[in-house]
Design a protein around this ligand. Structure first.
Ligand code: DGL
Length: 264
């Protein structure tokens, strides 16, 4: 393994660029190859069989591109495909977006009630709850599927009356009553982090997986002595190119980027 090999990152679409951006900030010398499976999004509504199939092909592509590590920057794929990906790519370090959040929570011994919002796929898999309960048996975990949020954010409804109404409606759900922390278990949600914080008047800790994953990747590369010291290169691939994806991508990555279409 060579330190200057790129980090592969994938998501169902462009939402995972929030994770790519957090990794770029934490590790400015790392080259990144990003793959957004825009042809098959949203994963949140797909069967686990389909998500496993897509994820396998994407990982094969990223391995062919010589990635030293693959980050599954999608909560839905992390929930339903992580184990299979790990088994089918034994020579590559695979990072999902759930374990870094669970690890962070387990350092906090005082969480009584934690809320989780995400796609139907993520919430129905029950993976977050199971992993949190394994490490923190005394923590009450309450989950809520919020399927309107990802398409809403992708369409640019982020800070207006529509987004405010949808977000308030979800967060007022009785399932989330009395929570002390809320996990934004979808890669699109860092874009609405401030609105969620405002809803709770900053009295509930809002945990976004993107920054937790970036901290974890930093720690993992440092421990393995695998940090790059070169000038980084970034490539962004999608399975279906549209101008609209390229337009939206800049909000998720925080700068203009060019998307290249590739057929797997
Ligand atoms: N990126 C997905 C996630 O983090 C959300 C979008 C989708 O449903 O594909 O779960």
């Amino acid at each position: 393994m060579n330190n200057n090999q790129p980090i592969g990152i994938f998501d169902s679409g462009i939402g995972g660029l929030t994770v790519a951006n957090a990794i770029k900030k934490a590790l400015p010398n790392e080259s990144i190859i990003y793959f957004g499976d825009t042809k098959h999004l949203p994963y949140g509504e797909k069967s686990s069989r389909a998500i496993n199939e897509y994820s396998k092909k994407i990982c094969d592509f990223l391995i062919k591109k010589n990635c030293k590590m693959i980050v599954i920057a999608c909560n839905t794929a992390s929930s339903v495909a992580y184990q299979n990906i790990k088994e089918s790519c034994p020579d590559t370090t695979i990072v999902n977006v759930i374990d870094p959040v669970v690890r962070y929570l387990s350092k906090e011994t005082n969480s009584k009630k934690v809320g989780i919002i995400g796609t139907k796929g993520t919430i129905n898999s029950g993976v977050y709850s199971k992993k949190i309960k394994e490490k923190n048996p005394n923590t009450e975990v309450s989950t809520l599927a919020t399927p309107l949020l990802a398409p809403m954010i992708e369409e640019g409804f982020i800070n207006d009356t529509i987004s405010q109404t949808v977000i308030n409606n979800y967060l007022e759900n009785p399932a989330l009553k009395g929570i002390e922390k809320i996990i934004l278990a979808c890669t699109h949600y860092p874009l609405i982090e401030n609105i969620v914080k405002k809803f709770y008047n900053n009295k509930v800790e809002v945990i976004d997986s993107a920054s937790q994953v970036a901290n974890y990747v930093l720690h993992s590369l440092e421990t393995g002595n695998l940090k790059s010291d070169q000038q980084p290169e970034y490539r962004f691939y999608v399975s279906d190119y549209t101008d609209s994806f390229e337009q939206s991508a800049k909000f998720f990555f925080n700068e203009n980027i060019h998307l290249e279409e590739v057929t797997l």
